[in-house]
Design a protein around this ligand. Structure first.
Ligand SMILES: C[S@@+](CC[C@H](N)C(=O)[O-])C[C@H]1O[C@@H](n2cnc3c(N)ncnc32)[C@H](O)[C@@H]1O
Length: 292
């Protein structure tokens, strides 16, 4: 064997054993036990979902009536909610029993219910990321419903990661983002109480990015940014993106929403373009980035 062959054989062995390691066991010990099992879908039956909660029309009632009439003419597997109409789709989230249980146990409002597809995108990303090194982060945790849905999907009290949740939990009228119905003095306490049985969830009150000085993970596997405004989202990216581990997933909740949210996409495209990343726009209105 000449030197080149020896090197190739050695390097080949190294890459083969790495590949075997990566595919045969999750990187984080003990994770297998909490990974939920998919329920078997019925081949001949596809679920449908009609939940007319949507935004950005001039006449919600007329749109609802039109959609009722349209969906009657569609083959099974239609979905209408959260500004998304689609049909002849599997609607996989309704076949994933453990996800359905976590989602139903946690919804608190019609908006929570309408965004079930967005929640399932987060749940699938989390399923992947829980098997990587690094913590979980949500910027803009609000009532904590999204975080708790993910935690309950992946083991509940046995969820094996630290999950950092950042928010102001109130709105003083001067912020670039719009106020939310539950904002107010009591919200922070309510969210802390919600996560009392989950010591792995860190509820951090304060303004992004200043709040990161009070506590911020070194390594991040899962990052969900949902701040409804470009300046704070860019500040969060500046602080957190470099801390993401390779293979980690970032979800930008509003990236593909236009209207009042279009500024976020414009600012984020420029930020990612400088770093040679493209955000994958999802039909749910979210954007997805896989960290290299
Ligand atoms: C749409 S809500 C988040 C909803 C939540 N992710 C969910 O899935 O239910 C946006 C949140 O971002 C928070 N927020 C906006 N700008 C912020 C900032 N600079 N620092 C901290 N929180 C901020 C708001 O207080 C608000 O609760």
């Amino acid at each position: 064997m000449i030197l080149g062959d020896v090197l190739r054989a050695l390097l080949g062995g190294l890459f083969r054993s790495r590949r075997r390691d990566a595919s045969s066991k999750p990187a984080v010990a003990g994770v297998l036990a909490i990974l939920p099992k998919l329920s078997a879908p019925e081949k001949s039956k596809v679920p449908s979902f009609f939940f007319p909660v949507f935004w950005g029309t001039t006449d919600d009632e007329a749109v609802t009536e039109s959609m009722k009439s349209v969906t009657k003419k569609l083959e099974g597997g239609f979905y209408f909610a959260d500004n998304l109409l689609t049909w002849v789709r599997n609607l996989s989230m309704f076949d994933d029993g453990p996800f359905l249980a976590a989602w139903k146990d946690n919804v608190e409002s019609d908006s929570d219910k309408a965004i079930v597809w967005r929640r399932y995108v987060l749940a699938c990303a989390a399923y992947h990321c829980v098997q990587l090194e690094g913590d979980f982060v949500e910027c803009g945790a609000y009532t904590g419903v999204g975080v708790k849905t993910i935690v309950d999907y992946l083991g509940g009290p046995a969820f094996p990661k630290t999950f950092w949740c950042y928010d102001l939990f109130e709105h003083d009228g001067s912020m670039a983002n719009h106020a939310m119905p539950e904002h107010g003095e009591g919200l922070y306490a309510r969210v802390c109480e919600k996560f009392m049985p989950y010591p792995q969830v860190q509820v951090m009150r304060g303004k992004i990015p200043e709040v990161f000085a009070g506590g911020c993970p070194e390594r991040i596997a899962y990052l969900h940014i949902d701040l409804n405004q470009a300046p704070a989202e860019i500040a969060a990216l500046e602080h957190l993106f470099d801390r993401m581990v390779p293979g980690g997933i970032l979800i930008l909740d509003d990236y593909e929403w236009a209207g009042a949210y279009r500024g976020q996409k414009i600012a984020e495209d420029a930020w990612f373009d400088e770093r040679q990343y493209r955000v994958m726009p999802l039909p749910t209105g979210q954007g997805l980035v896989i960290k290299r």
